[in-house]
Design a binder for this molecule. Structure first.
Ligand SMILES: Cc1cc2nc3c(=O)[nH]c(=O)nc-3n(C[C@H](O)[C@H](O)[C@H](O)COP(=O)(O)OP(=O)(O)OC[C@H]3O[C@@H](n4cnc5c(N)ncnc54)[C@H](O)[C@@H]3O)c2cc1C
Length: 404
């Protein structure tokens, strides 16, 4: 490729939360950026759609706590730019049997990180949060700083910001081939359009497997289609589409009134997120989706839905077990559930962002900063030792994260 042919400083493939955040960071650095997305912003086929995502500090590994703190600051900056909030603080409760190790681990972590928290008995918890119910043999750790991000609004707003900042952001443009070369990268669509750039960021979520094969990277990624459902307050009055949801009962379930919840009473934790725009509390069971190819047709897993309904039945006494909506969303799982944020081993100008394993959204802007630093071989803003490709050279040494 001759230098004259290079049209962009950087090309970003994939316009979910990771790709759009990275495009924004690169544009703020004054780069000419092309962003290519096969669908439209916040479309429902990938991982970044829906009205809510949790942001929280309750991680076992330091690096994620640091990233969450940086991300909160970045989300606040975005809110200032937009002139409206992009998240609502609501706190989080981790629930488990009183003697469960997970509570001790989280308590130690929060104390070490000097984050405020309370450890509540089952009855104190139920008095404090009447939306939820816990027996006396269980306990909760409440951390007040956690919040709910307005996910799809955030993604769409970032697309607007990217365009304002000069990103050439194209929708309905599916990349069919990527050719890294010594002096740049060329990407093409199946109908013969092509673009060249000095650098490439691959942020293709559940579609990343094919590119790993094509780029000669031998790293297993397992894509699962996770089910989530929204449960309305029992006896609530159905509202018209587009109108503000109303609570009929005395117990409010909106963000701000009810905490995020992760429930470790089962080997696969259930979670719920308070009501944001859809008139119901969102709930699901972490990492229990079927293994799929990203383009496989959606199909409701009835047994999984029934398990989530049972969870709502035992934990949320004021919610109906009949969901107002059942949705799906992809997890792209790495073998240890840590992210992959690294340069291609042979092509320095290609950076890979993958394996977000069901917990990447909250870190969007920080992932953008990290990926920009990776691209230019700059010191990263956080410790990168968990996120390199090299770890997959010793698959037996990989230790999957146990805390959600
Ligand atoms: C049910 C559920 C709940 C979750 N809850 C949380 C939470 O509470 N907190 C949290 O932090 N995270 C959460 N996550 C995880 C988080 O949503 C994901 O980690 C994050 O959205 C991943 O973003 P992404 O940009 O990598 O993927 P995506 O959003 O899927 O983006 C990848 C994009 O690449 C595009 N693409 C793919 N191939 C091509 C191509 N060839 N050409 C052009 N474009 C292409 C796709 O169309 C897609 O838009 C949850 C995920 C799910 C499924």
């Amino acid at each position: 490729m001759s230098p004259r042919a290079v049209q962009y400083d950087a090309i970003v493939v994939g316009g979910g939360i990771v790709g759009i955040s990275t495009a924004c960071v690169l544009a703020r650095r004054g780069m000419r950026v092309l962003l290519l997305e096969q669908y439209t912003p916040a479309h429902e086929h990938g991982s970044s759609h829906g009205d809510s995502r949790m942001i929280r500090f309750d991680y076992e590994e330091n690096v994620y706590v640091e990233m969450a703190a940086r991300a909160f600051r970045a989300w606040e900056d975005l809110a200032k730019r937009l002139g409206r909030p992009v998240f609502r603080q609501t706190g989080i409760c981790n629930l488990a049997p009183a003697d469960a190790e997970v509570l001790d681990i989280l308590e130690t972590r929060l104390r070490d990180c000097e984050l405020p928290f309370e450890r509540l008995s089952g009855s104190a918890f139920t008095r404090r949060f009447p939306q939820l119910s816990l027996t006396s043999t269980s306990e909760a750790i409440y951390q007040p700083d956690s919040a709910v991000l307005y996910a799809d609004e955030v993604v769409r707003s970032l697309w607007d910001c990217a365009r304002e900042d000069g990103v050439d952001a194209r929708t309905e443009t599916e990349v069919a081939s990527i050719e890294p070369r010594d002096d740049g990268v060329e990407v093409s669509t199946s109908n013969g359009r092509s673009w060249s750039g000095n650098y490439l960021v691959l942020a293709t979520g559940g579609w990343t497997g094919r590119w790993l094969d094509a780029l000669g990277i031998d790293v297993p990624l397992v894509v699962t289609r996770e089910l989530l459902a929204y449960f309305p307050p029992a006896g609530s009055v159905p509202h018209e589409a587009g109108s503000v949801p109303r609570e009929a009962g005395p117990v409010p379930h909106e963000a701000g009134a009810m905490p995020n919840v992760i429930d470790y009473h089962t080997a696969d934790p259930f979670y719920c997120v308070p009501q944001v725009r859809v008139p119901g509390v969102k709930a699901g069971c972490h990492r229990t989706g079927r293994i799929v190819e990203a383009d496989d047709p959606e199909e409701v897993d009835r047994a999984n839905l029934a398990a989530v309904q049972d969870f709502i039945g035992r934990r949320c006494p004021h919610l109906s077990r009949d969901p107002v909506a059942v949705k799906h969303c992809l997890y792209t799982n790495s073998a240890d559930y840590h992210f992959i944020l690294d340069r291609h081993p042979e092509h320095d100008n290609v950076v890979l962002a993958a394996g977000f394993s069901g917990h990447g959204f909250k870190f969007g802007p920080v992932l953008g900063e990290i990926l920009a630093a990776r691209l230019f071989d700059e010191p990263p803003p956080v410790d990168m030792s968990l996120f390199g490709l090299e770890r997959f050279n010793q698959p037996d040494a990989l230790k999957p994260r146990t805390i959600a």
